[in-house]
Design a binder for this molecule. Structure first.
Ligand code: PLP
Length: 410
């Protein structure tokens, strides 16, 4: 394994594939110029996200095969993973990007340059003037929003988000768009008739779910909106489909898409975020100190609050390479951070050997909803971003510094 931090002095290697060349080109544009010798994982500068390109490609091949077998279009939901250095690679496999507002829409347009969709609960007029130039599909959350912006939308395909009021999630109210008093999507009782000019319908109700929940949601949707389905050209089934997880029911998904296409003659879109980058990244962190109060506590240079906020928000417990549940192995520690937040705790883990100061620990499945949610609370540095390519080379794509902290303040 090698770590490359700059490519300007690299000898040209004719055998490098385009993707490696692309990342190295990005790297030389954006990053430090010091050059490092061959190093091991233990020497990655921390904290650091390392994206596993091999695994990312496996996910993308899987998604591409769903597109090919079902005839649907798959879009990257950038809210989950916006590592744009990899957009040219991702764009080789799937149909494009979807955005949550103007900035993500710009990123998709600039860096992937394929189909570009956007959905937001409401849009400002100045943003809409930009969006209509860079998006091909714009989805509204209410008829009032559509009426407000429709004149600007003459050259884009316009859709309406529907709330099918069919909840399939348990214990995740914060991630359930079908929950009580949800603002996300028009409910049946509020939609008298589909306004002229609406070409598509959209629903997003799932979170890390399998195809059976999608099937039941679609049928609940169809029961209420069959008439509208006959009036439009496309249906977007949102995200939350864990397609690249081993137990995902791909055949059921393909069958459902076939049914929708055949019954209603629609183009079908899926916009997963997680499925694209699932298990395709690590967060490498260093143990800075070990303190004792009721138990042994590790102070890491990574933070749940700053670098993996879903650990606190979902909440969930990230896996660590070589570690088990508390008390599974001989040495149990509470993993915490350098921030001031008492609750900035990642969890309790056990290790076969004693952990020592200076040791690197590697969190798994850290590509999604991680770097997009980072913050610099307490002035904690943003993690470096790197990629591990198939030949084991680690290329640092971006490093952050004091200016990234200061630049967001005034
Ligand atoms: C409208 C919409 N589309 C797509 C997604 C992506 O979902 P996931 O990353 O769970 O696949 C989300 C996630 O919140 C969403 O709100």
């Amino acid at each position: 394994m090698r770590i490359i931090t700059s490519t300007t002095e690299e000898p040209v290697d004719e055998n490098k594939d385009n993707m490696t060349a692309y990342i190295e080109e990005k790297a030389s544009e954006t990053m430090i110029s010091k050059k490092m010798n061959p190093m091991l994982w233990q020497q990655v500068p921390t904290p650091c996200y390392v994206i596993d390109v091999k695994r990312l490609i496996e996910n993308l091949e899987n998604l591409q095969s769903v597109e090919q077998k079902s005839g649907c279009h798959i879009l990257l939901a950038q809210k989950a993973f916006s590592m744009y250095a990899l957009y040219p690679l991702i764009g080789r496999y799937i149909s494009g990007t979807t955005a949550s507002g103007l900035y993500e829409a710009r990123l998709g347009r600039e860096e992937m340059k394929k189909e570009n969709h956007v959905f937001a609960p409401a849009y400002k007029t100045e943003d809409m003037k930009e969006l209509v130039k860079i998006c091909d599909h714009i989805i509204f959350n209410s008829v009032a929003q559509y009426e407000k912006h429709k004149e600007l939308c003459a050259n884009v395909s316009v859709g309406l988000r529907i709330n099918p009021q069919h909840s399939t999630q348990e214990g995740h109210a914060i991630y359930d768009p079908c929950g009580y008093a949800s603002r996300l999507g028009v409910v049946r009782s509020e939609l008298k008739e589909l306004p002229g000019g609406i070409e598509g319908l959209h629903f997003h109700t799932l979170c890390e779910q399998n195809a059976d929940d999608l099937v039941s949601t679609f049928h609940a949707f169809e029961k209420q909106f069959a008439q509208e389905l006959r009036q439009v050209k496309w249906l977007n089934l949102g995200g939350g489909h864990h397609i690249t997880r081993k137990d995902y029911q791909i055949d059921q998904l393909i069958e459902l898409i076939g049914y929708i296409k055949n019954t209603y003659q629609l183009e079908v879109y899926l916009e997963p975020g997680e499925a694209i980058a699932l298990d395709a990244g690590y967060l490498v962190t260093e143990v800075m100190d070990i303190v004792h109060n009721d138990m042994d506590i590790l102070i890491l240079d990574a933070s749940a609050a700053c670098h993996m906020p879903d650990v606190l928000e979902m909440p969930y417990r990230p896996r660590i390479i070589g570690a088990g549940e508390a008390n599974e192995y001989a040495h149990t520690y509470r993993l915490s951070s350098v921030t001031c937040l008492a609750g900035d705790v990642i969890g309790d883990y056990s290790f076969k050997e004693e952990v020592h100061i200076g040791q690197k620990l590697i969190f798994e499945d850290m590509a999604l909803y991680s770097m997009v949610k980072n913050n610099t609370f307490n002035g904690i540095p943003l993690p470096t971003i790197a990629v591990e390519t198939e030949d084991g080379t680690i290329t640092i794509v971006k490093e952050f510094g004091y200016q990234d902290f200061k630049g967001r303040l005034s």
